[in-house]
Design a protein around this ligand. Sequence first.
Ligand code: NDP
Ligand code: HSE
Length: 428
Amino acid sequence: MPSPLRLGIAGLGTVGAGVIKIIQRQSALITARTGREVTISAVSARSRDRDRGVRLNDYAWEDDPVTLAKRDDVDVFVELMGGSDGPAKDAVEAAIAAGKDVVTANKALLAIHGQAIAEAAESKGVSVRFEAAVAGGIPCIKALTEGLAGNEITRVMGVMNGTCNYILTRMQSAGLDYQTVFAECEELGYLEADPTLDVGGIDAGHKLAILVAIAFGTQVNFDALNIEGIERITTEDIEQAADMGYRVKLLGVAQKTGRGLDARMTPCLVPDKSPLGQLEGGTNMVVIEGDSVGQIVLRGAGAGEGPTASAVMGDICDLARGLSLPVFGVPATTLQSIEAAGVGAPAPWYLRMTLVDKPGALAKIAAVLGDEGISIDRMRQYGHTSTHAPVLIVTHKAARPALDQAIVAMHGTGVLASEPVAIRIEEV
Ligand code: NDP
Ligand code: HSE
């Protein structure tokens, strides 16, 4: 049997402890499957004394993750600390420079520095693997780079932040407002240390930036994404959308348009009977469409100790088997820079607004939309008061700039009593 694959693990929190538990519990299974023993040489975290619910006595301890990354008895550096810069970046760079393979779950690091890391790794002839960085336990990186390698990818979509999906589905099922469910998430410990990473769409955007690179052969470029969070979604939007057969999701979508790549992580409406529409709670879903395969749907836990550690272990097992691939599926130097479409592909839109209830008010709004070439598919009024009429409009496909123009023009009609809310309807 070949010599053991020796790991150095930096970060012993939720994911790091989970990985060590799997290695301790499933050692025989891993050896049988990979033909090689996987061992841990050394570990690192900030606090040496903390009880992590896992036995660490057999492993050497390093206070400094960079020193750990360079140790002679480490073949693979496993980075599970987090953060786009600081010790995670320093240690990954040190590991690559020292000729070690790297496994990480760090989406922020890869979304911001992925291109430089990939180029450095490939010039040193080492692997960097990151299955856990996108959608936790769902093996979507492997699906794209390996199982779907023979396809031209036409679109990738995903609900990739469990916290946002929990908030949106809980608002719907319990009729609670955003602030109440947000507070609930704080109590449950669901939120990132900086909650804007979750609710601002940034964490999910990091994941989409990584998927885009693999799906479309482009350099990772988080800044090329259009990102909008869920903070402004109201219970009213959720209820009205549900009444019309839709669910609100923080949805990542990336596809090529005639003008370039349209990649965005924004709140969208999806049909309630679609797989994305049916996705409840903290679960994630990644939908991939290829020219030969058609559409495939991957669903599972996007976070948590077991699922995330499972994905990290998949990468470690691949390295134990000797599998080696370019970091983003093709050599990093051949990845193209993203030509951002600027304007997203046209789509139907959900528009909610309140009008002053007087003769001709609705006609004025319809005329403004017509002036911008936007056709109305469905429309209804609900919850009249003596003076005001809330109105819902679903348009046929329209480009966002035309819609924005129409909204500006609505303000000049004198019948608008609230700022219109526009949510894209994604055809899934
Ligand atoms: P935790 O906060 O639970 O753990 C982070 C660990 O890193 C801790 O053990 C901490 O040490 C250690 N650490 C932090 N800074 C340093 C440092 N300067 N030197 C040495 N060790 C340090 O994070 P998670 O386990 O939740 O996440 C780890 C990574 O996995 C992140 O990149 C995250 O985005 C990613 N991820 C997490 C998921 C999840 O469900 N938790 C899902 C998908 C990805 P100490 O314990 O002593 O404070
Ligand atoms: N905050 C993330 C989520 C954790 O809610 O999905 C997993 O990346």
